[in-house]
Design a protein around this ligand. Structure first.
Ligand SMILES: Cc1cc2nc3c(=O)[nH]c(=O)nc-3n(C[C@H](O)[C@H](O)[C@H](O)COP(=O)(O)O)c2cc1C
Length: 394
């Protein structure tokens, strides 16, 4: 990821049971091109050895305010870091940061740092749900810090619920996001559709397409990281769902996707239709598996046009964004679709890149159809460019 090249990241590890996961995070950051320094609290040192981080990062590991080599390590680290990440963040470290305690190297460094910090809380669910922890998290957010929501699942303490350290791949996406963007979509409700629909031929066979869902999932994640309330309606996808969405609903046929999308549409500020939806489906699907034998003619009928229905029922001020995956006359076909379906923006891409991690796209806007914007890059980066174009459209 080019976003990370030569970025100076200070990884602060506090004394939670998930501290060992920060070793892998340090490794991922280094492999992505970052320079990583590590700060371990006294409690973190009970769980881990500084040697792990020194070997992986090739940099000094800090733990004490009283450093023989550097008389003011908290200022050195605070000034050096382009991004501070506290992962995992204990309830204790969050509480002390809110009240500005400078009685540890972590506390003093945070006080001396001037940019927003990324916090990754991880703890027992009762510690997380405790109103004191919740109030502290609100206060960190009010001060402009980015506090990731913990994952839900089985916790090391034996409980199941919210409080789990999220996957490091998600934390990497969050760091990439906040190195460049802010939570500028707070208060926006956005629906994203993703993936390939499928229509049954018989109980075993389907008509589908090559969409992987990677672009739609990248958009959903980027929107959520930037503060939007994201509702994802997805069909068949080949990637993990982001854990931080308000709602994820699976709808694999055009009919179920139509219903899921249309009933949510009136509440949305933006609707981004990224799913690759079948244009045709079998007139009927066989109840039993079709047997091998003579030639078979399938009668196909058109499916419901979800985008056209959304265009017809568009609310005042609502933004409707479509995708056009084409093999020829990309821009001309996309311009036609934009007008016919009453879209605000359309993202055009070539079908060859449907399942890849990177793509080249062009974005056409209803108010300036003659001047498409071109972008290339990882789908995770393209997601942010698309969001920026929607914001610029107004
Ligand atoms: C075995 C063990 C596991 C712990 N796990 C967590 C945890 O996951 N999250 C948390 O907030 N505190 C956890 N604690 C409590 C913290 O270690 C304790 O609050 C400590 O003072 C945190 O110090 P620090 O924030 O300076 O690292 C754990 C304590 C023990 C003994």
């Amino acid at each position: 990821m080019s976003t990370f090249q030569d970025k100076k990241i200070l990884l602060c590890v506090t004394g939670g049971i998930a501290a060992y996961k920060a070793i892998d995070l340090a490794s991922m950051l280094v492999k992505s091109g970052c320079r990583v320094r590590t700060l371990l609290t006294d409690a973190a040192m009970k769980f881990l050895s500084p040697l792990n981080f020194a070997a992986i990062t090739g940099e000094k590991v800090y733990s004490s305010q009283w450093d023989e080599d550097d008389p003011i390590p908290h200022i050195t680290l605070a000034d050096w870091a382009e991004q501070i990440v506290v992962a995992p963040a204990t309830a204790n470290s969050i509480a002390k940061a809110v009240y500005g305690f400078g009685d540890s190297l972590l506390g003093a460094t945070l006080l001396a740092h001037t940019r927003p910090v990324i916090w990754v809380p991880a703890m027992n669910l009762h510690m997380y749900e405790n109103p004191i922890t919740q109030e502290n998290i609100v206060r960190l957010k009010e001060k402009g810090h980015h506090v990731l929501c913990p994952d839900t699942g089985r916790l090391a303490c034996g409980y199941s619920g919210k409080g789990k350290y999220p996957p490091n791949t998600e934390i990497m996406q969050a760091i990439a996001c906040y190195l460049n963007y802010t939570e500028d979509l707070k208060g926006k409700k956005v629906m994203v559709t993703a993936g390939a629909t499928s229509e049954a031929i018989d109980p075993m066979r389907v008509i589908t397409n090559k969409s992987s869902g990677k672009m739609g999932i990248a958009l959903a994640r980027a929107l959520a990281l930037r503060g939007a309330e994201v509702h994802l309606v997805y069909a068949n996808i080949s990637v993990e769902l982001p854990y931080l969405l308000a709602e994820s609903v699976q709808a694999t046929t055009v009919e179920t996707m139509y219903e899921a999308v249309l009933c949510r549409a009136p509440q949305m500020d933006w609707i981004i239709k990224c799913a690759a939806v079948s244009d045709y489906k079998p007139l009927s699907s066989a109840k039993q598996k079709l047997k091998k034998g003579k030639a078979l003619n399938l009668e196909l009928i058109p499916t419901q046009d979800i985008l056209a229905a959304l265009g017809k029922e568009k609310e005042v001020g609502q933004r409707l964004i479509g995708f056009a995956a084409e093999t020829e006359d990309l821009l001309a076909n996309a311009a036609k679709k934009l007008k016919a379906k009453k879209l605000d923006l359309i993202v055009v891409n070539h079908l060859d890149n449907a399942a890849q991690d990177s793509n080249s796209i062009q974005i056409l806007s209803a108010t300036d159809i003659a001047h498409p914007k071109s972008y290339s890059g990882l789908k995770s980066e393209l997601a942010h460019y698309i969001i920026n174009e929607i914001l610029a459209y107004g």
